[in-house]
Write a protein that binds this ligand. Structure first.
Ligand code: HPA
Length: 275
């Protein structure tokens, strides 16, 4: 049995963070690799290193900054994790509940997640932005495994509106105003760190996945457990394995991410402004 974290464990992180600022964040942002640019738009930023936050996780991925940035974006108080944590880094699913639980204890009620993802849906193309409507995670693990912490939520909980419909509607409206097109589809979680095999991608397509990626689901599940609303956006950085007759390339993923980060940032700011 793994360590069971308790409420106090997360409270220590939240108390430290709140002691460094004089406002309460209402929106939490967790940004995907190469999509961290949104953090630069935060006004009056107070930046904390993950390593200074008691009981917090440490980033191990180069393209993830490992900083918590607190300040204002589009007129709202936000807390932005620039640098997220993934299962492939070696964390257990249970450990991956920490960032969202700490945000919750800081007062955050709305969570916005971004990620880079490969297109399984052959109608998509690199550069597209996909609103996550729902996810498929066949990996038999959960961030909510272990003793339930009643202060956060119930042992058994509903996830049929995990990617909050009202927020998706808001995002569609914002995209319309910005003249941006938006896809909407189902995200298939894959553990990584290798990209999928072409056979796996064919299976994902049969199962109904539109995009595939290695993040986001632990955060969305943790948020659903503690009653937070979630909006999640995938930037399609590449066609998934086997769709094109060439390998999936991390360089291509990073280049597409960098090119689209600003566009995605504008959409996020518009959504936050209208919350
Ligand atoms: N597979 C998994 N994760 C990803 C991909 C992919 O093709 N592209 C970006 N993240």
């Amino acid at each position: 049995m793994r360590q069971n974290f308790d409420h106090q464990y997360y409270q220590a992180s939240a108390d430290y963070i709140l002691s460094q600022i004089d406002f309460k964040p209402e929106v939490g942002l967790i940004l995907g690799s190469t999509l961290g640019g949104t953090a630069d738009s935060i006004e009056n930023p107070v930046t904390l290193d993950y390593r200074d936050i008691p009981n917090f996780l440490q980033s191990t991925v180069k393209s993830h900054a490992g900083k918590l940035i607190l300040g204002q974006l589009a007129g709202k108080n936000v807390a932005c994790l620039s640098g997220r944590f993934h299962y492939y880094e070696g964390y257990d699913f249970e450990e991956l509940a920490a960032p969202v639980r700490v945000l919750k204890l800081m007062g955050v009620e709305t969570l916005i997640l971004t990620n880079a993802a490969g297109a399984v849906n052959e109608g998509y193309k690199p550069g597209d932005v996909m609103l996550i409507k729902d996810h498929i995670k066949l990996t038999g693990a959960s961030p909510l495994r272990g003793a339930n912490i009643e202060e956060f939520g119930k042992r058994f909980f509903d996830v049929s509106d995990m990617y909050t419909e009202a927020l998706r509607d808001l995002a569609k409206g914002c995209a319309g105003c910005l003249g941006m097109s938006l896809r909407e589809g189902d995200y298939f979680f894959y553990t990584g760190p290798n990209f999928e095999t072409p056979a796996e991608i064919r299976a994902v397509r049969i199962l109904g996945g539109d995009a595939v990626g290695m993040s986001t689901v632990t955060e969305a599940l943790t948020a659903a457990h503690c009653g937070m609303k979630t909006l999640a956006l995938s930037l399609i950085t590449n066609m998934a394995a086997g769709v094109l007759k060439r390998p999936v390339s991390p360089e291509e993923i990073n280049a597409t991410g960098a090119e689209a980060a600003e566009r995605l940032g504008k959409l996020i700011a518009e959504v936050i402004g209208r919350l």
